[in-house]
Write a protein that binds this ligand. Sequence first.
Ligand code: AMP
Length: 410
Amino acid sequence: MSVVLVVNSGSSSFKYQLVEPEDGRVLASGIVERIGEPMGAAKHKVYFGGQEGVEAVTATDATYTRELPIPDHTSGFRVMLDAFAEWGPSLAENPPIAVGHRVVHGGARFFEPTLITNLVEINIDELSVLAPLHNPGALQGVRAAKAAFPDLAHVAVFDTAFHQTLPAAAYTYAIDKDLADAHRIRRYGFHGTSHKYVSRAAADFLGRPLEELKQVVFHLGNGASVTAVDGGRSVETSMGLTPLEGLVMGTRSGDIDPAVLFHLARRARMSIDDLDDLLNKRSGVLGLAGVNDMRDLEERVAQGHEDARLAMEVYIHRLRAYAGSYIAQLGGVDVIVFTAGVGENSPIVRAGALETLGFAGVRLDPERNEARGRGIRVISADGSPVTVLVVPTNEELEIARQALEVAAAL
Ligand code: AMP
């Protein structure tokens, strides 16, 4: 069976997974981090009982760690290769047929998984203007992985790609057209790999044709976005030029009146960098309640902290506003899906988001919503006109599948 190495690289770390795309089995995963710092770290996990789409942790699964200086991504990949050689599984016995790379920004240029030629590398580099925090790190990972696996197909899977089907009415900002064109300012959308994976998985699970379904998909993790998926195509999504727009997130504000920025620049003398830092790193749930992890927020709500209660209300208020808007954009909804850390694990958030949607045919089953589970599950009541699902996302598997498709067509 063919295996694919999936790489998700940032500027000072990269994660990897060795996956069998056909059945979703994970053979190994790991992270190489603190690249460029005096002391780096590598963690390598071997799965003996991996099964479909699930990191099956068994008593015999093993995690190995190592600390050593890792000056750059190229040496990071050597550390990863050493980990495979030392702890397994053997890459000689399980040779990857492709390397799938997660790349955040594909601009308006990339709407499909793409074989990474030198020209594509240049394009990814050039798109760093739109994603300065993400694309440079991805490119470092691509170059280092190419050096480590020079004979393999390297495939870029873009976070923006799934949203290239947005209609112009959804992606156009109402600002000066020439200025927007000159600087490629429009909404791109993110988390596309996840939205694509879970919307297809939902249709497969229900045994209904994807082409016939209107879905609202909530990807609620540390970053959060919601997408309206009509017949398998993204037609509206909450993130924009950057992953800052839309929902309230762990540390990001999501939607805000842009005039707040002018006001803070003028009155509080904040610089562009200060404002960037404020909205991306010190806002959202963290800004309101002092914690960014949803588990901590829920705990504080339960303890009666007023700030936490308001933060939760603001978070849920925004979810409802988007749900209603997207149901209106779609002209109805068949399926609502929750995924990612918060979406998969927080019954409080799911119930809050759906509480007012009875008028649209959404009836949650409280017991199903509260029940814990690992796989895809229905949480709406029997007979609810709209089906509500929890679908665990698996971006690595989606990247592996897309990379395999490209490699197989070569
Ligand atoms: P992700 O970015 O998808 O890894 O999601 C991270 C978020 O999921 C964090 O805010 C976590 O607090 C949240 N999360 C993970 N497990 C739970 C849980 N059991 N209940 C509530 N939130 C959770």
